[in-house]
Structure formats: C-alpha cells, structure tokens
Ligand binder design. Structure first.
Ligand code: A2P
Length: 267
C-alpha cells in the first residue's frame, strides 16, 4: 500500500508536498487514538489530522515517537479560546510539546472568529511561526469566503482550508474560491459521517468497481483534487479507506457522483 501512496501528493502554494489522503482523528480518544494512529502510520497512512480540541495529541505524540515521524504529515489546529497573537503562539508550543515533536507539518486556525481583527492577529502568529521554521505550512479551517477574504492581503495567505465536504455537501462557493486562489481544500467528514454510504448510486458504483462504498466516495473526492481525511474507530476500515489509488472512476461516474443532491437536513 505504501507504494501506491508514494506519488499521490499535491503541491501547496509554498511548494510543499502534501499527501492526497489522511486519517481524521476527532472520534479517537485515549488509548484508542494511540493504538489506531500507531497502526495506521505503520500501515503507510501518510497524514494524520488532529487538533488541540480533540484532546488526543498526547496519544498521537506517543504513536509518533514509536513510529517514523518523518513518514507522517502531521496536522494540528488551535481552538477558539486560543485566538489572538500571544495565545496562538502559546497554543502552538503546547501542541508541540503534547505531540512530542519539534515541528508540525501544517498548523491551522480551527474556527474563524466573528471579529476580523482577531482572525488577522491570530493569522499573523501563524505567519511568524511559519517564517521561524516551526511549521512547514499554515492554513485555516471552517473559513467561508468572506472570512478568507479578510486574510488575502496579509503577507502570506492560507495554504489550506479544511472544511466539511463530500459529494452531497459540496460547498461550491468556498471550494471555487479556494481553487481560484491556490488554497488546497482538505475534506473533513468526507463520508458525511457515514450517511452517504447508503446512497443508491454509491452502492451501485461499489459493485461496478469491486470497491466498498467508502472507497468510491473517497476516490471521487480525490479525483476532485481535494484531500479526504475520513475518520474511523476501526483499524480494518482505516486501512480500507486509504486504499483508493488502484482504480479510477470514469468521467461519467464522477459526474454523476458530483451531481448527487445535498443530503436533506436531519438525514
Ligand atoms: P466507524 O468508526 O465505526 O468506522 P466521516 O469521516 O465522514 O466523519 O465519517 C465517519 C463515520 O463513518 C464513522 O461513523 C465511521 O464509523 C464511519 N466509517 C468510516 N469508514 C468507514 C467505512 N470504510 N465503512 C463504513 N463506515 C465507515
């Protein structure tokens, strides 16, 4: 599987290579995070996404210490109560120490504030961390177009925006803006928290390509040039979710998946 994963990267606006798939960890706590992340990295999972809010950085740090740190592209985020220049810098140092590492590959603002100046001040802290070489790339999460625009005249603009995204939650405005400005989109909840897996078309394509429904959805997201970070609390499903590079959806099938109607609210 590691071989299949090798060339599947995108290039961020600062020329850093980022893996095209990863593992979301906000379902994982305590020992579960340690065991599953360690196993995932050993199985070739190229990217692990955490956040101070997930309260699993210690366990992920332990997993990193016991595997090969250089093989894992590590993403973390500062939380809402860590906004502001000095709080953001402190948040970063605390995450670094919990993660038992001396660098984070990609550091994100987890949620925008309603206060534009607070967003800018926090972003300036991330710019400085980047310029000091403590983090290899910087970005935001859950920012809409208006909030992204607040940062577009700063010295460095976000390299990534991590948002909820899947074929039935396409967030067209944000994705188009990001593509136009060379901001890589990362898709959190790429399986619609499991809800999209029962879709008739997804199930039909799973049969056609001899893949699982999850692999069909994740492959669709990959072919849309967006990075899916599916979550799972099961090691076999984590393995399954990373295995999307040995087949290709035909154009028509991709088009049909991309034309699925949004999930009804409450679905
Ligand atoms: P589980 O933890 O039991 O594997 P999302 O990443 O969109 O938030 O989706 C996460 C949900 O999807 C979880 O409930 C997870 O359940 C489920 N899930 C993840 N991978 C798979 C898979 N390959 N097949 C079925 N369900 C999956």
């Amino acid at each position: 599987m590691e071989d299949l994963m090798k060339n599947n990267t995108y290039t961020l606006s600062n020329q850093l290579q980022i893996p095209a798939i990863g593992l979301g960890t906000n379902l994982l706590d305590g020992n579960q995070a340690y065991v599953l992340v360690k196993e995932a990295i050993q199985n070739g999972c190229p990217l692990v996404d955490t956040a101070s809010f997930y309260e699993n950085e210690e366990e992920i740090g332990k997993a990193l210490q016991e595997t090969d740190r250089t093989k894992c592209f590590l993403v973390s985020k500062l939380w809402k109560d860590q906004m502001g220049y000095s709080k953001a810098r402190k948040a970063f140092d605390e995450s670094l120490s919990r993660l038992h590492t001396d660098y984070i590959d990609l550091y994100l603002i987890h949620w925008p504030s309603d206060d534009e100046s607070l967003n800018k001040e926090t972003w300036q802290a991330l710019i400085d961390l980047y310029k000091e070489g403590k983090v290899r790339a910087i970005g935001v999460s859950n920012f809409n177009v208006e909030q992204l625009l607040q940062l577009m005249d700063m010295e460095i603009v976000p390299m990534v925006n991590e948002i909820e995204y899947h074929p039935q939650n396409k967030q067209n405005n944000i994705v188009s803006f990001c593509k136009a400005h060379n901001i890589q989109v990362i898709a959190s909840s790429p399986l619609g928290r499991g809800k999209i897996l029962d879709n008739f078309l997804v199930k039909r394509l799973a049969k056609k390509y001899q893949k699982t429904p999850a692999q069909i959805v994740l492959r669709c997201i990959f072919q849309n040039k967006i990075i899916p970070i599916p979550k799972s609390s099961n090691s076999l499903r984590i393995k399954e979710n990373l295995n999307i590079f040995d087949f290709e959806l035909e154009d028509k099938d991709l088009e049909n998946l991309n034309s699925l109607p949004p999930l009804a609210s409450g679905e």
